[in-house]
Design a protein around this ligand. Sequence first.
Ligand code: SF4
Ligand code: SF4
Length: 116
Amino acid sequence: MALFINDECINCDACISECPNNAIYEPDQEWSYSDETTLSGTVTTPGGKEVDADAENEPLSDEFYFIVADKCTECKGFHDEPQCISVCPVDCIHPREDYQETEAELLEKKEWLHGA
Ligand code: SF4
Ligand code: SF4
């Protein structure tokens, strides 16, 4: 499942550089599917939604760092453990119960983001 950052985040910036998928953004930062991925133009997300990968999307939070679920693979394909959780000093990053994915789906998502 994808992860999310809760309101205990102290905006310390430790997690952002650890993410291999560029799924973490600063408060009030616009984000795109194409940031540090091989996606471009019109693409279909793993959830079946057609999107413009290059579009700048609205920030998901204006107060705390946030994770774009469609770009989070729990670090599968790169690391054994979620790197953001490992470095977060206040343990404010948690699994999203509403965004369940199998390991195979997470690995497919990694290929979708970066190519096989
Ligand atoms: S679990 Fe990994 S891929 Fe997901 S947001 Fe954290 S560092 Fe990024
Ligand atoms: S490491 Fe934790 S506290 Fe620091 S910005 Fe990331 S989520 Fe927030």
